[in-house]
Design a protein around this ligand. Structure first.
Ligand SMILES: [Zn+2]
Ligand SMILES: [Zn+2]
Length: 512
């Protein structure tokens, strides 16, 4: 297990605003750096701390001095500190250099950041984050961590990520070395070239839900040379999984799915050293969420509304792209097939969120939190074709849905002919037609959109604490728990719980 590492993420809009300002002189052919401040929110995974850059605070004319290099006046920092405090945010200091690619620091850079770090920590409670932009827009980043009385140490970021309309990562090669070319990956390299393969291989990919779809996706990632794969699932292999769970055999019944899949990925991976992390936990719990926040990209292969809601929050508040998909089979009363469809789409800044796309209903999240989705008598009372009752799936359908999800991911990373978003795709089994929606967007007032980049400071709790003792999907919920939950919900509907934001977390939709 690697030690704590650091990263910075921002939307393509924030990155574009930074480029416009920091590279303005260089673009005109002048040898002149520039600088500015930005605000950030913390996003804390289990092994990675990320600064989510949310807002650029440009300097006024008299707040900086340009002299080949660039420096700022105290009045600028004062103004930024005020903005940071009013937004409950941290402060980042950015400047530009004259060469392309990842940027190191001059002695003067180090002095400036080290001497600014104490006052910024004092004002915001968060470490100074320093970033340097190369002429091509590549960014290097570091956190200035307090290690003793007035003693600050520089912690380099392994990655600086830009997500949204485009997807780009600047890696620090020292912390995340480029993979060497391998004969095993010759056909993969030649499909999209060395540069894209170097990005793909070094992305930390997370598969949430290692069922029929998740296991296929994990296998594909390992075959394509991805070096770090987290598998997040608390479930064990059951007999009724054997018709569609890749790698599973009769002997595996009762094993944790993540352990089974890890065993096979380790054998099939093409990377020199693959780090597969089996996380036997639910993403709806604190620890599962933390494991997800370590990732650069997440695959949502879950079949329940609550984990989808959690991943939706992660996609926007923490700006980790989520590739979501699923299979829906409709059956006639006589047991024959009415139809089937499956699809794939990406949730990330610049695209519609999963709630606005109708991929989960917040009302069903509330039911799931109450344990009702694991209550057979409750499920039996639902209409035959209710979405919560239907869980038919077939290996071939899962294979097709997985393929569509992988192509959504690859499209985002490889960006063939400059396109990185194939749209919201739905394939209809009966007709063989594919619907594509290229213009999806969140509806007005969407909470996930509104709290874009909030990181750990997303104002509504969406996961349960680890110690909650009712394990997800174990079935039995004691009748008294159900009644007390129903009673609480009744109070909530009556508007009595308005002062308790924790209670309203069941509906992160648009309020009651
Ligand atoms: Zn510099
Ligand atoms: Zn939305």
């Amino acid at each position: 297990m690697s030690s704590v590492n650091y990263s910075v993420v921002m939307t393509t809009e924030v990155a574009a605003a930074l480029r416009r300002h920091l590279l303005q002189h260089i673009r005109k052919g002048q040898r002149q750096e520039d600088l500015c401040f930005a605000l950030w929110k913390p996003s804390t995974g289990r092994t990675r701390t990320t600064a989510v850059l949310t807002e650029v605070v440009l300097p006024a004319a008299n707040e900086t001095r340009l002299h080949g290099g660039a420096s700022f006046l105290p009045s600028y920092l004062d103004r930024v500190a005020e903005a940071a405090m009013s937004r409950n945010a941290g402060i980042a200091l950015l400047h530009s250099h004259f060469t392309p690619g990842w940027q190191g620091m001059s002695g003067e850079d180090i002095d400036t950041e080290r001497s600014t770090a104490p006052s910024i920590l004092g004002e915001t409670g968060l470490p100074l984050v320093g970033l340097t932009m190369g002429t091509d827009g590549a960014l290097s980043g570091r956190f200035w961590t307090r290690v003793g009385r007035r003693e600050y140490e520089r912690r380099w970021c392994g990655t600086v990520r830009v997500v949204g309309d485009g997807f780009g990562v600047t890696f620090m090669d020292e912390l995340a070395p480029k993979p060497r070319f391998k004969e095993e990956l010759k056909r993969t390299y030649s499909a999209w070239g060395e540069e894209k393969q170097h990005t793909l291989a070094r992305l930390h990919c997370g598969v949430v839900g290692v069922g029929s779809v998740g296991a296929i996706i994990a296998e594909s990632l390992a075959r394509m040379g991805v070096e770090t794969i987290s598998l997040i699932d608390f479930d064990k292999v059951k007999k009724l999984n054997l018709d569609r769970l890749l790698h599973a055999s009769v002997d595996d019944i009762g094993r944790f799915k993540v352990e089974l899949v890890k065993e096979h990925l380790s054998k099939h991976a093409t990377a020199d050293s693959v780090d597969v992390r089996p996380e036997r936990m639910a993403v709806t719990r604190e620890s599962g969420l933390r494991a997800a926040l370590d990732c650069d990209v997440l695959f949502s292969c879950v079949d329940r509304p609550w984990p989808r809601q959690v991943l939706n929050m992660v996609a926007f508040a923490h700006q980790i792209p989520v590739v979501d998909g699923g299979v829906h089979v409709r059956v006639k009363p006589d047991g024959s097939m009415r139809g089937a469809r499956w699809g794939a789409h990406g949730a990330m800044p610049g695209r519609a969120c999963l709630e606005c796309l109708g991929q989960f209903d917040p009302a069903n999240v509330t039911l799931e939190k109450q344990g009702l989705l694991d209550d057979p008598t409750y499920i039996e009372r639902l209409p035959e074709d209710h979405v919560l009752r239907r869980n038919e799936n077939v290996f071939g359908f899962a294979l097709s849905a997985s393929g569509m999800m992988l192509c959504q991911f690859l499209n985002m990373v490889v960006q063939p002919v400059g396109i990185g978003d194939p749209g919201v795709q739905t394939y209809h089994f009966a007709t063989g037609m594919m619907d594509t929606d290229l213009r999806s967007a969140c509806t007005a007032g969407c909470l996930f959109h509104e709290h874009m980049g909030a990181g750990d400071r997303f104002p509504f709790p969406v996961v349960d604490a680890d110690e909650t003792n009712v394990e997800p999907s174990t079935g039995q919920v004691p009748w008294w728990t159900k009644w007390s939950r129903l009673a609480k919900n009744w109070l909530w509907l009556g508007g009595r719980v308005g002062s308790d934001p924790g209670r309203s977390s069941g509906r992160t939709g648009r309020g009651a």
